[in-house]
Design a protein around this ligand. Structure first.
Ligand code: UPG
Length: 209
């Protein structure tokens, strides 16, 4: 899960001990009731992360998804029905209560292009969400922010894409554009805030595609 664990040259036992250390941390999964979110929550719980908290406004998912995750894993998921963009105080209260170590940010509107001719209509909502999670991530204990993006950010680059391809050129869908802008915002924020944190922690900024 962490770069530290991935790149460790220690013995298996030591690596296990290192990753065990993270399993006691509290993980926030924003949009965790959705398709990818529920899979990630199952993986986290089955890997031994016992403190997983989901916030989701259920605009494209249901409470039933969380119940099924609990049934599959035989574990409890702390769930809050919250609209991140519209309820910053609720997000604040949840973050103060749980003191998250890591945020996996999957809350977003997918296939925006089908319903929305321009990105403008959805930009304020998407960016309000990033802004809110970025703000929350400034807390002392938050060390990782993972953003779910999309291959659409590579626009007209030849397939197969690689992570070294330049993003943001020839973007041909509002969805890809909003994700690209989101990446840029989160990247700027990450460089700015996590740089400061580096002195006292081991921060990483990840993009999930
Ligand atoms: O303002 C919002 C918008 C959406 N959601 C939730 O976010 C989740 C998104 O999940 P889903 O619609 O099932 O999409 P996924 O297939 O999981 O899409 C994932 O992968 C997409 C492509 O990378 C990303 O756009 C999404 O953010 C990411 O969740 C859902 O539960 C929504 O209810 C919110 O909580 N708040």
């Amino acid at each position: 899960m962490t770069k530290e664990a991935e790149t460790s040259k220690d013995t298996t036992t030591t690596s296990t001990n290192k990753s065990d250390k993270y399993k006691t941390k509290t993980i926030l999964v924003a949009g965790g009731a959705g398709y990818i979110g529920t899979h990630i929550v199952v993986e986290l719980l089955q890997a031994g992360f016992s403190n997983v908290v989901v916030i989701d406004n259920l605009c494209n998912s249901s409470r039933e998804a969380i119940r099924r995750v609990e049934k599959i894993t035989n574990a409890n998921v702390t769930f809050y029905e919250v609209d991140i963009a519209k309820q910053p105080e609720a997000v604040n209260d949840i973050c103060t209560k749980h003191r998250f170590y890591c945020c996996i940010h999957l809350a977003g509107l997918k296939a925006v292009g089908e319903k929305c001719p321009t990105p403008i209509a959805i930009l304020p909502k998407q960016f309000a969400m990033h802004n809110e999670l970025a703000r929350v991530s400034q807390s002392e204990q938050m060390q990782q922010l993972h953003l779910s993006s999309t291959a659409c950010v590579y626009g007209n680059a030849p397939v197969p894409y690689t992570e070294k391809d330049p993003a943001g050129h020839g973007l041909n869908s509002p969805y890809g554009k909003t994700k690209y802008f989101s990446e840029e915002i989160i990247r700027d924020f990450g460089i700015f805030f996590f740089f400061k944190k580096k002195k006292r922690g081991n921060p990483f900024l990840f993009f999930i595609f």
